[in-house]
Design a protein around this ligand. Structure first.
Ligand SMILES: Cc1cc2nc3c(=O)[nH]c(=O)nc-3n(C[C@H](O)[C@H](O)[C@H](O)COP(=O)(O)OP(=O)(O)OC[C@H]3O[C@@H](n4cnc5c(N)ncnc54)[C@H](O)[C@@H]3O)c2cc1C
Length: 495
């Protein structure tokens, strides 16, 4: 096949993965990115005289990145120093109790036995078995494949495996399913929180999302040098395959001719021609007309009630006392349901939020550095950053809730420098999302099928990223890029 010209709009995980595969297949690939560097949500925030990871911090599903490098004849481990975590996360509750989850399942079961008794320890092992089985059923046929409809999914899994399909439990809520494994409400909270990895509520998400827990069980890695190194490693891989990058280049318009994409126009006035285009921004930007009128039919925007969660984050340098932080620590309130009612029904930041803290300078020994340490502090928030102003008062109120929740769980902070990002800020960074960080929420049995696949509604325009199939998270977004590249290649071959 003659080499084609492909433009990738956006250098997030999905855009980078698509660019790498397309260049490896021999196409002429140009990545056009509004920001000054690769990474998208995987961004570093300058704070004081340092930089803090202000996006993803939990690196999982290493096999996705191994595959991307291996297919290019290289090895991920030669380009990125990944350190396997022995403590997956530390958890603390304001009503009392601390619990570490470990990479070693038996160590976690023992910790749960001490924390909540033998019945819940046995429940945990049964839960692990079930979440592993859901993941095994869906990994090939759904996660790593082009988006199926429900019937196609059943066919791919195999008509002789209807039992395994039933076990994936899309008909049951995650919260309901967790009740069959855990008696202690704190454990339901801990494992229900995995729904928020897709920006969803455990009270509305299908039990299928229990698989996220298995993903962590398969391995969590810390990245030596910080998460930005992941994006930089993909950028280097892309360049080695022949990809060209254009930074600080904002795409204003996708243009079509005779119903097919023909190129793009930048806000600077520069135009570029293309045989195919991959869009790595939030899919709602297309349907909302942010990429011009020609691109509106490409994808339906996600309306506010269907959006996943946003967040309010603080990147801070601070000295901590009280609770000893692990690299990943989660601090829980005593009323989990109220948090999701605030975020999804009342559309306001939770009054008693769950707080996630990434203590980026700590390893498995959990020793703080001998200087103020770098923290990412995150609370869930509604994705209303395009309709709600988050001024200094709203920010101060959110901070008060977050800091008092941390204090209630025994953690005190003395902050040197901090930089907050609200849903309004996330919406500005990722336009048309309202600040939703994970596309559409996974609420209800059909939500996973409602994310668009790689082909958009316009010939020659393809979708890659966390708002498209198979969904959010750095490995999933990377997979969506690989799926877009594969789709483009098959379409080029058959055009
Ligand atoms: C605070 C936070 C914490 C998270 N924690 C985790 C975690 O621990 N683990 C995990 O796996 N995932 C986590 N995630 C989710 C994960 O970061 C995302 O799912 C993933 O990085 C999204 O990648 P993407 O391919 O969708 O691209 P994005 O990161 O959304 O990047 C899209 C890129 O497109 C560019 N772009 C858009 N429109 C245009 C245009 N018109 N012109 C030019 N460029 C454009 C943008 O500037 C951006 O760089 C987190 C996300 C956030 C924000």
């Amino acid at each position: 096949m003659k080499a084609k010209k492909v433009i990738v709009i956006g250098a997030g995980m999905g855009g980078l993965a698509a660019a790498i595969d397309l260049a490896r297949l021999g196409h002429q690939v140009e990545v056009v990115e509004r920001a000054a560097a690769v990474g998208g949500k995987m961004r570093q925030v300058p704070v004081g005289d340092t930089a803090i990871d202000g996006g993803p911090t939990v690196f999982t599903m290493k096999w996705v990145f191994d595959g991307l490098f291996e297919d290019a004849g290289l090895a991920l481990d030669d380009h990125l120093a990944l350190l396997p975590a022995t403590i997956l996360a530390r958890h603390a509750w304001c009503q009392g109790g601390n619990l570490d989850l470990f990479a070693d399942r038996d160590a976690s079961a023992e910790a749960i036995r001490d924390f909540a008794g033998p019945a819940d320890a046995a429940g945990y092992l049964a839960f692990c078995k079930r979440s592993a089985s859901i993941y095994e059923t869906l990994r090939g046929p759904f996660i790593a494949s082009q988006r199926p409809n429900p019937i196609e999914l059943v066919a791919r899994v195999g008509f002789n495996k209807l039992g395994a399909m039933w076990e994936t439990a899309p008909h049951q809520t995650m919260w309901g399913a967790l009740g069959t494994y855990f008696r202690d409400p704190r454990l339901k909270q801990l494992f229900g929180r995995y729904a928020t990895y897709c920006g969803s509520s455990p009270f509305a998400a299908p039990a299928t999302l229990m698989l996220v827990s298995h993903v962590e069980q398969e391995g969590v890695w810390r990245v030596d040098g910080g998460m930005a190194k992941v994006a930089q490693a993909l950028e280097s891989l892309a360049i080695s395959q022949g990809v060209t990058f254009h930074f600080q280049s904002d795409v204003e318009r996708i243009e079509t001719r005779n119903g097919r994409v023909s190129g793009i126009a930048l806000t600077s006035g520069v135009t570029m021609q293309a045989d195919a285009i991959v869009f790595n921004g939030d899919i709602s930007a297309l349907g909302r007309g942010l990429l011009g009128p020609d691109a509106v039919p490409a994808a339906k925007p996600v309306a506010l009630p269907q959006r996943s969660q946003s967040a309010i984050t603080w990147c801070a340098t601070a000295t901590t006392s009280g609770l000893n932080l692990a690299h990943h620590t989660v601090l829980f309130s005593d009323d989990y349901k109220a948090e999701f009612q605030d975020v999804f029904a009342r559309q306001r930041p939770p009054q008693a939020p769950t707080i996630y803290v990434c203590a980026q300078d700590r390893d498995d020994a959990c020793t703080p550095p001998d200087r103020p340490e770098r923290l990412l502090i995150l609370m869930n928030a509604p994705a209303n950053g395009d309709s709600q102003t988050y001024g200094p008062d709203a920010e101060a109120q959110a901070k008060e809730s977050a800091w008092s929740m941390m204090a209630n769980c025994g953690l005190r902070l003395s902050v040197d420098h901090e930089q907050a990002t609200t849903p309004q800020g996330f919406n500005a960074l990722f336009p048309a999302s309202g600040g939703a960080l994970y596309g559409r929420a996974n609420h209800g049995p059909m939500a996973s099928f409602q994310r668009p696949g790689a082909r958009s509604g316009i010939a020659g325009l393809y979708l890659a990223g966390g708002s498209a199939h198979p969904g959010p998270g750095i490995p999933m977004a990377a997979l969506s890029g690989r799926l877009a590249a594969a789709r483009i290649q098959t379409d080029f071959l058959t055009d």
